[in-house]
Write a protein that binds this ligand. Structure first.
Ligand SMILES: [Zn+2]
Length: 354
């Protein structure tokens, strides 16, 4: 009936032992520094009851009576920071071009959370960088160098997204019962994470000029899965990139597309709030590349700089470590969910507990 849990800051020699026993109730022993233990309770949403004061330490012993009740000495879950991650992927949203004044929802998330200008990989194209975002490896390893829908260079280890080596498949591997969703207006996103790796994945097709409607529909559809409590849901938005290609990065049409995306972001936040999920959710917003004039793909700072924003109720106790790259997204998500980051991922968790 004893389990030991190493919280992030529990490696100190000055560890304290929390122990509690009670008939019919799952009892736990947790070794941790006091603040790390309390962080653990808060991060996992675990409910504890006080059972008395340890005469030696003066600290209260607590018993876990909620999740896993009856499982006896089952191992504690890792110290997740977030119960779920909402990943908002905005194609072509260059950090230098974000019109914060017409994106009040995004600005609020930035002000309440953490924001840094990150960089994508080269070439600064969509599929290479979405693949890095989902797989956690640089373009040199996954080999997807253009938007053709297949690796141009043989993927390292033979692993490519279509075979399921991505953040979604890692969640499934480590938590077979977890539910994930992905909705996207550009079919290339499906190549990049492999639709088989996602429990509910859907491409919203149509002609190029309909991207605003497709983005809105994608959000509606993905949000319809909220009752299934997705551990990870991707809300991909394609209209900003499309407006950049047709009218130019920073053009009035580009700005208007950003305004539309901001409205969709507002609906995502509101839906999580209404469902009572916001407080233990991390919303992570990222782009695959920026752009300039009516193009992207080259090695210019306007293309390289992308937003990396971490917000949501569960982000309050996080800090960011820089620099951040596109390939850090998958490791960041896994670590926020308390899951292992596989060695094959070369990115690193960018958002860490404070
Ligand atoms: Zn793109």
């Amino acid at each position: 009936m004893t389990t030991a849990h190493s919280a992030p800051r529990a490696a100190s020699a000055a560890c304290l032992l929390f122990a509690a026993l009670s008939a019919g109730i799952r009892a736990e022993t947790v070794t941790a520094e006091p603040d790390a233990f309390l962080d653990y309770i808060e991060a996992t949403g675990t409910q504890y009851i006080d059972t008395g004061v340890n005469a030696e330490t003066g600290l209260k012993a607590r018993i876990d009576f909620a999740p896993g009740a009856g499982t006896g000495g089952a191992a504690l879950p890792p110290p997740a920071v977030a119960a779920r991650v909402a990943l908002v992927g905005v194609d072509g949203l260059g950090a230098r071009w974000i019109p914060w004044d017409v994106m009040p929802n995004l600005a609020r998330l930035r002000d309440e959370g953490l924001y840094v200008v990150a960089r994508c990989g080269y070439p600064t194209l969509s599929a290479p960088n979405w693949t890095s975002i989902f797989t956690g490896v640089p373009i040199e390893l996954h080999g997807t160098r253009n938007n053709s829908g297949a690796p141009v260079v043989e993927p390292w280890g033979g692993e490519n997204p279509a075979s399921g080596a991505c953040v979604f498949s890692e969640i499934r591997k480590q938590e077979p019962d977890a539910f994930t969703a992905s909705a996207f207006a550009w079919k290339g996103v499906g190549w990049c994470h492999g639709t088989n790796a996602v429990d509910a994945a859907r491409h919203f097709g149509g002609t190029a000029g309909e991207y605003a409607g497709r983005d809105a529909s994608a959000v509606d559809w993905a949000l319809s899965h909220l009752p299934r409590n997705p551990r990870l849901a991707l809300y991909y938005q394609g209209q900003v990139d499309m407006a950049g290609h047709r009218f130019g990065w920073g053009s009035p049409e580009y700005t208007n597309a950003c305004r539309n995306v901001d409205a969709n972001i507002g609906r995502i936040v509101e839906a999580y709030r209404t469902a009572g999920l916001w407080d233990d959710t991390v919303l992570l917003l990222v782009a695959d590349h920026g752009g300039h004039d009516k193009t992207h793909g080259d090695a210019t700072i306007e293309c390289f700089e992308i937003p990396f924003l971490v917000s949501g109720g569960a982000s309050r106790r996080l800090r960011l470590r820089e620099p951040v790259m596109a390939m850090d997204v998958a490791p960041t998500i896994l670590s926020l969910l308390g899951l292992d980051v596989p060695d094959a991922m070369r990115g690193r968790p960018a958002a860490l507990p404070r």
